[in-house]
Write a protein that binds this ligand. Sequence first.
Ligand SMILES: [Zn+2]
Length: 198
Amino acid sequence: MKSAADLQIITYPHPTLRYQAKPLRKVDARLKEIVDRMFELMYEYRGVGLAATQVDLPLRLFVMNSTGRQGDGQEIVMINPVISRPRGNEIAEEGCLSLPSIHGNVIRAKTIRVNAFTLDGQEINQDFSGYEARIIQHETDHLDGSLFIDRLKEGSELEIQGELEQLEIDFESRQRTGSLAEDSQLKADIAAWEAAYC
Ligand SMILES: [Zn+2]
């Protein structure tokens, strides 16, 4: 299994991005290192949220900081998040660290209730709205194997077709040249992480 320092952000169409992450049953020192590394990657690539599936881990957790700046705003870790009571609708542009250079308008609930656990095992049971609610919905989608491009309205999909095809070509060539593991190896890695944490 990879160490936290080796984690990198994976990009579309990596198969783990389509994986439904299993609930986490254990938090240990290594998981805390993983969370630190996820924040590090999120800030490095100027994101505001990062889900475990985006670093090729099949674990139900994500990190976020709506300011996107280290030392500013609030760093939030959500383990096993469950969203309920969606209220209102809002449309806004989204991007994703796993879909570099692609943006599109997505409708999300304006306010949501979130149930989750922190890294210390504290329960979160809180309402979020606006930008934070949008980040939580985007990241929770990742944990269900869903990407924001799945939620674009018909027609705007066509506008990003060229970029998606380019990412597919890049991915295939990395897999062909061996700089990316074969699908069978990726599956074995996922099974090992699940055996350890889920
Ligand atoms: Zn994303």
